[in-house]
Design a protein around this ligand. Structure first.
Ligand SMILES: NC(=O)c1ccc[n+]([C@@H]2O[C@H](COP(=O)([O-])OP(=O)(O)OC[C@H]3O[C@@H](n4cnc5c(N)ncnc54)[C@H](OP(=O)(O)O)[C@@H]3O)[C@@H](O)[C@H]2O)c1
Length: 279
């Protein structure tokens, strides 16, 4: 098989968008890919496996918000393959609304998927990687994990939290030969936009109605005009080929420039630009 890489990969949230693009691209390169979806049938359905060139991409059932489901999915892959070499924590969604209009329950739901979902996956996969003394964990964050976006504050907070977890995790697991990398996409054309949950109180009676709607229109416009999710998949491939991958990789030249700029310009100026863009 020459250069074919047959590592076993688990990609959460691979039924659409970025996760699907990553799973398909890796399968085409020969990786043995298990992607996940909440909507999938029970775990032993063979018809869900698709061959992609030398590798395959099998979609299995998983809800990252459910401990039992996480345990079952990880056990299933281990039973089939005996190992997990790469974990891509991608499953996620966005909620939108002002801080004041967001209920605690809505905020908790956002964190349950985007942050605790990753934490649950890590607690089940890390023992395997530690035992193997190798493994790569790729956490799909967002540029919203670097710039907090008005009316996406809780989504941004969930990604900031993921950034904090990943930075510390990277140091903790380095002695076990495990690599941890944050991937930070900007606006990308996926189902993320149609699936975005708007907080209940963001309706007619909200004092933020006008600025929220303006901001929401900007988010939607930028996402649907954004690049295909395969651009993120290409970045993931590059990371997997690196011996010593960086802490974070920002996807997209303009976002890279913004991140570099953020280091050098005063916070008030950053705030001014974000305000102009989103409210
Ligand atoms: N699109 C963007 O502009 C953008 C930008 C930066 C970062 N991101 C991040 O990229 C990741 C992927 O998003 P996407 O843009 O590809 O959106 P997407 O097309 O909506 O895909 C989201 C995936 O996550 C899965 N998912 C959602 N909740 C889940 C849960 N509780 N348990 C398991 N799977 C769950 C969905 O699967 P099922 O519904 O089938 O379970 C789906 O496969 C997210 O973490 C998102 O925050 C997206």
């Amino acid at each position: 098989m020459g250069n074919v890489n047959e590592d076993v990969v688990l990609v959460t949230g691979a039924s659409s968008g970025i996760g699907k693009a990553i799973a398909e691209r890796l399968a085409r390169l020969g990786y043995r890919v298990y992607g996940t979806s909440r909507k999938q049938k029970p775990l032993d359905d063979k018809s869900l496996e698709k061959q992609y060139g030398p590798g395959f991409f099998k979609l299995i059932q998983l809800d990252v918000c459910n401990e039992e489901s996480v345990k079952n999915a990880v056990e299933y892959v281990l039973e089939k393959e005996g190992t997990i070499d790469v974990l891509v924590n991608n499953a996620g969604f966005g909620i939108a609304g002002s801080v004041e209009d967001t209920s605690t329950e809505e905020a908790q739901k956002q964190f349950d998927t985007n942050f605790f979902g990753v934490h649950r996956m890590l607690r089940h996969v890390l023992p395997v990687m530690r035992k193997n003394r190798k493994g790569t964990i790729i956490n799909i964050s967002s540029v919203a994990g670097i710039f907090s976006i008005p009316f996406q504050s809780v989504y941004s907070a969930s990604k900031y939290a993921l950034e904090a977890l990943s930075e510390a995790l990277r140091v903790e697991v380095k002695p076990f030969g495990i690599k941890v990398v944050l991937v930070e996409p900007g606006d990308t054309r996926t189902e993320f936009t149609s699936r975005r949950q708007i907080v209940t109180a963001a309706g007619e009676n909200s004092v933020y109605k006008e600025s929220f709607e303006r901001s929401l229109n900007t988010m939607v416009r930028d996402e649907i005009n954004g690049p295909e999710p395969d651009v993120v998949a290409k970045v993931v491939i590059k990371i997997l080929r690196r011996k010593n991958p960086p802490v974070r990789v920002v996807v997209g030249a303009s976002y890279k420039a913004m991140v570099i700029l953020k280091r050098f310009i005063p916070a008030r100026f950053v705030e001014y630009i974000i305000g102009k863009l989103y409210s």
